[in-house]
Design a binder for this molecule. Structure first.
Ligand code: AMP
Ligand code: MG
Length: 530
């Protein structure tokens, strides 16, 4: 474990809860509570992302895996670590929920690497904290596999995300009611060590604003600006507003990435929104298989579908509105914050158009013409069950030049696209006419720009992934992990390091969802306990 240099600025600069015993309580006037991780009885390293250790200047000697597992399960605390759980609140499903806080997350400390970068180490599932409320503070293997793999997959897709250093099984059992239906089960416990420049959430500011504790609110805001936004200069009412505008901008960019790759977060409560515009808290998330803007993976959200794929841009805006309200006491007037929110809409619209253009391999946005090209594409993608990832990836292989366009028999769908459909039978009649009409317009549009097909293909393959963490793939890795076989976890971690590359020996992982996974728990239905 040599090489980790700690500099715990958060705990040094911000007010601490004087109480150090762990029992559920309201913590006021403090940003965090000191806690001791519970420790695991038989910690064992299951998987580890080397790229993340490199960020920390941490070298893992394979003979040292035991020590690594002890440290990153919270069983052994290193000199320089200062474990704490932080206090935050949040709006859950659109309703103010009061204090939430790190119920099962423990920050071990802040590492500063040789390049001067600051990385916070956070264990998820290392035991109860004062914020655990009715929870036990632990995490199960299946949810930890999902968090570990998806954090890294998102990063390699180019989506801003917290990272995952390690996945350690604890050797302890955890009791869970997976679907909240009274079926209790003992499950294997695990701990993920997450890594990010900061884990501060919108809810960290909301809690102090809601309590009218403006001193602590200011303290935390100033700390955040000085540590994570130093380019904005010394805090002042103008700087708070500029900072908010920057959060609006980075949040818009993050959500556009989600829409690009077909990611559905599943529980976009304000306590799950990062101040750095990182994807955070991988719980009941899912990946679009059939392109369906109404799809939500979260069973808790099934009735209202607040967190459905197509609603994510709107929810992010709403969440930023809550953050703006919390910052109002610092800015003093609403105008500059409303400006910030307008930045969200502007950034989102511009980035979304740019993203769609790039997904289609086009170069220059033509208002009107391209807007209807996008709208009509979304209509044909929804008309029948169409695998989003396969469709965009294969569209790159569809020829657009006159000769290629005449290559299929009249009225046939271009061969590369056929695999994108869940039921080949439905690609007929009216639907086939619509998709062919759209393809005709698309080909004409590409020819108008004059991009040669091979160039377009290369460009499109840089933004349309071949491999994503399909819901059923994660579940297969979990099924095997629960049998003590972690090979698929490692295989998927490695596969998803290069999601835009063709990996011919791993073609099977690009396949659309098999029928057995359509209604299986874990593949299409997840709860917050996921
Ligand atoms: P989430 O829905 O995962 O974002 O969690 C919402 C809140 O519940 C946060 O304050 C979490 O820390 C807390 N929480 C979730 N699961 C547990 C658990 N097993 N034990 C303690 N707190 C939990
Ligand atoms: Mg959360």
């Amino acid at each position: 474990m040599d090489g980790l240099v700690f500099d715990n600025r958060f705990t040094r600069e911000l007010p601490a809860d004087p109480e150090t015993a762990v029992f559920p309580r309201q913590v006021t006037g403090a940003c965090y509570s000191r806690v001791k991780p519970a420790g695991a009885s038989r910690p064992r390293l299951i998987a580890h992302a080397e790229e993340v250790s490199e960020l920390l200047d941490l070298s893992l000697d394979p003979t040292d895996a035991g020590e690594f597992a002890r440290v990153f399960s919270g069983t052994r605390i290193l000199e320089g670590m200062d474990p704490v759980a932080t206090c935050y609140g949040g709006h859950q499903f659109g309703v103010w929920a009061g204090q939430l806080g790190d119920g099962r997350a423990i920050n071990l400390g802040e590492v500063v690497n040789g390049r001067g970068e600051r990385w916070v180490l956070q264990l998820k599932g290392a035991g109860p904290t004062p914020y655990a409320r009715k929870g036990d503070g632990f995490a199960v293997l299946r949810s930890s596999v999902r968090e570990f793999l998806c954090s890294e997959a998102m990063h390699h897709l180019g989506v801003p995300s917290t990272r995952a250093l390690s996945l350690v099984s604890t050797g302890d059992s955890v009791m869970r009611d997976m679907l909240y239906d009274g079926n209790l089960k003992m499950e294997p416990g695990a701990v993920v060590c997450r890594v990010a420049p900061s884990f501060t959430r919108f809810g960290h500011f909301e809690i102090f604003a809601s309590r009218r504790d403006f001193d602590t609110l200011r303290h935390l805001a100033d700390h955040t600006i000085r540590t994570d936004f130093p380019h904005l200069g010394e805090p002042s009412p103008e700087v708070y507003a500029e900072w908010f505008a920057e959060v609006c901008r980075t949040t818009a960019e993050m959500v556009v990435h989600w829409m690009r790759v077909g990611f559905v977060h599943g529980v976009m409560n304000t306590d799950n929104m990062s101040i750095l515009g990182l994807t955070i808290d991988y719980g009941p998330y899912g990946w679009l298989e059939g392109f369906d803007p109404d799809w939500t993976p979260n069973t808790t959200d099934a009735a209202g579908r607040r967190y459905r794929f197509g609603n994510q841009p709107h929810v992010a805006h709403w969440n930023l509105g809550q953050l703006g309200n919390a910052l109002l006491p610092l800015v003093g007037e609403a105008g500059p914050l409303e400006e910030g929110l307008a930045t969200y809409a502007r950034t989102f619209d511009a980035e979304w158009g740019e993203m769609m253009l790039r997904k289609l391999g086009l170069d220059t946005f033509r208002k009107g013409e391209d807007e209807s090209l996008f709208t009509e594409l979304h209509a044909v993608l929804q008309a029948v069950e169409t695998d989003m990832t396969i469709f965009f990836r294969r569209l790159a292989d569809v020829g657009t030049q006159e000769a290629a366009a005449g290559g299929e028999p009249d009225g046939e769908l271009p061969a590369p696209l056929r695999d994108a459909y869940y039921d080949p039978e439905v690609v007929s009649g009216r639907f086939r006419a619509d998709i062919l009409a759209w393809l005709g317009r698309y080909r004409a549009r590409v020819r108008q720009e004059g991009t040669p097909d091979p160039v377009r293909r290369t460009r499109m393959n840089q933004v349309n992934p071949k491999y994503v963490l399909r819901n059923y793939l994660a579940q297969m890795a979990i099924d095997r992990a629960e049998q003590d076989d972690f090979t698929l976890v490692s295989e998927l971690l490695d596969l998803l390091r290069a999601p835009y590359d063709e990996q011919p020996e791993r073609e099977e992982y690009a396949a659309k969802r098999p029928e057995w996974a359509r209604h299986r728990v874990g593949c299409s239905m997840l709860s917050c306990s996921s």
